[in-house]
Design a protein around this ligand. Structure first.
Ligand code: G6P
Ligand code: MN
Length: 448
């Protein structure tokens, strides 16, 4: 099996390679091709992978290239994990939004829209190339905003592109462990869009155990989402929201905390990552050690402003271990490659799963996966509070896709204006002005 990683110079690539190294089963990935537009970053990451492979018999071979077609040719699986505009772009997304008093997170609110507007045209170009050069490959999209980008690519790749995220898995795992259950045996009733979903039930041996958690204030106060949202809100919803809903339910507090922070998340990561890639230019730097230290710091500081707002304290030790994205991706690849039937929460086209959305809308729900791909399973209908947010945000995503396809500035303004976390059309207009000034990649928004 050949795996190609687009964005192969990215910082999280060693997590994927580590998961591949641990896979000894038949039909495993034996060749990895890293594609990136930045040769320096490729060299840095390839050094970390070489350290990881040391002493492992039959470690997957690694080839790095800046030639797209060469990377795509013959690939069985393609991971897309790109960051258009880099972390400097992410920092600009945050700054422009916060200056307008709205959220600039990379996947939620104004920041997510800006990031989507810049990323969709690039993702579409890649999807077109894949359709031409590697039409039989399965594409696993990691690129944020993951739901929107997966939907953009699905218009060219159909159901051969599947989007993934670690947050529903992490949430399900936390709840199962709290309830004393084996996460691998639990069925999680989760539904929504990427970074906009709710766990409405958690079944163990056919019985919904979530009510037991919701009825126990002490248990509720003991895990990440309980601390973020508070027991009262969770009990009133009768569900556990994805952590990203903190940006909606506590928007004012989150915006203020991000405005008051010394540095935004994007600016912190930009500096941190610059430091890492710079150190890697010195051949004396121990690659794997340097990478792992940087990774640990990144994990420990994840969503720290939100946790400060909620007084949630440090992240739990068990949430710092890896086992997120790379495990979901590996499980998905194994199920497809070996027809090993499994269930995973994935971003796929809706078909008829959520009746409030059309068939082509990419949603995030439990899926059965086998050699024929990912098939969404029937879930309970969304409650109205979720319908409100999910349909509003899908309308925003559709406006982003339209703006990216037509170059219409008015449609881009509409995308911002329709978002529940942007409170005025005037703000939306200024956001489009600010973002087009900050990002050369948005110059295409030059039509009425
Ligand atoms: C989680 C989310 C991802 C996101 C990452 C951001 O894993 O599910 O979508 O990319 O966190 O972490 P960062 O360290 O970039 O803030
Ligand atoms: Mn995610």
């Amino acid at each position: 099996m050949k795996l190609t990683i687009l964005g192969g110079g990215g910082f999280r690539v060693p997590l994927v390679y580590g998961a591949l190294l641990a896979d000894r089963a038949e039909g495993r990935v034996t060749a990895v091709t890293l594609y990136d537009t930045d040769a320096d970053r490729l060299t840095a990451v390839a050094r970390v992978l070489a350290d990881q492979a040391e002493g492992v018999p039959d470690a997957p071979t690694v080839l790095a290239t800046t030639e797209l077609d060469e990377a795509l040719r013959g690939a069985d699986f393609i991971f897309s994990a790109i960051r258009v505009g880099g972390l400097e772009g992410r920092a600009a997304d945050e700054r422009v939004a916060l200056d307008e008093g709205v959220l600039g997170q990379e996947t939620v609110g104004a920041g997510g829209i800006a990031y989507g507007l810049r990323t969709v045209p690039v993702a579409v170009a890649l999807a077109r190339r894949i359709a031409a050069v590697a039409p039989d490959a399965w594409v696993i999209n990691f690129t944020n905003p993951a739901g929107l980008v997966t939907e953009a690519m699905s218009r060219h790749l159909g159901d051969r592109v599947i989007g993934i995220c670690d947050s529903p898995v992490g949430l399900g795992r936390r709840i199962a462990r709290l309830l004393g259950a084996d996460p691998g045996r639990a069925w999680i009733d989760y539904a929504g869009l990427n970074h906009l979903g709710w766990v409405r039930g958690l079944y163990i041996d056919g019985r919904d155990e979530l009510p037991r958690l919701l009825a126990d204030p002490e248990l509720l106060g003991s895990f990440e989402e309980g601390k973020l949202f508070g027991a009262e809100l969770l009990r009133s919803l009768g569900a556990i929201p994805n952590e990203y809903l903190h940006y909606y339910y506590f928007n004012r507090e989150a915006v203020r905390a991000y405005q008051d922070a010394e540095q935004t998340r994007g600016a912190f990561l930009r500096d941190q990552q610059e430091g890492f890639y710079a150190r890697m230019r010195d051949p004396a730097t121990p690659a794997l050690t340097a990478w792992d230290r940087t990774r640990a710091e990144r994990e420990a500081t994840y969503m720290s402003e939100n946790r400060d707002v909620a007084g949630a304290g440090e992240r739990a030790e068990s949430d710092l271990e890896s086992g997120g994205y790379e495990q979901v991706a590996l499980a998905l690849m194994r199920a497809v490659a070996r027809n090993e039937r499994t269930s995973l929460i994935l971003n796929v086209r809706n078909r008829t799963t959520l009746s409030v959305l059309d068939a082509d809308a990419v949603i995030e729900v439990p899926c059965l996966v086998d050699a024929n791909g990912a098939h969404p399973v029937a879930v309970a209908p969304l409650p109205y509070h979720a319908v409100g947010l999910v349909t509003a945000v899908k309308a925003v995503e559709r406006a982003v896709l339209d703006a990216a396809a037509t170059g219409s500035r008015a449609t881009a303004v509409q995308a911002f204006a329709l978002h529940p976390l942007v409170d005025s059309v005037a703000v939306a207009r200024r956001l489009v002005d600010g973002y087009t000034k900050a990002h050369p990649g948005l110059a295409y928004l030059n039509r009425a």
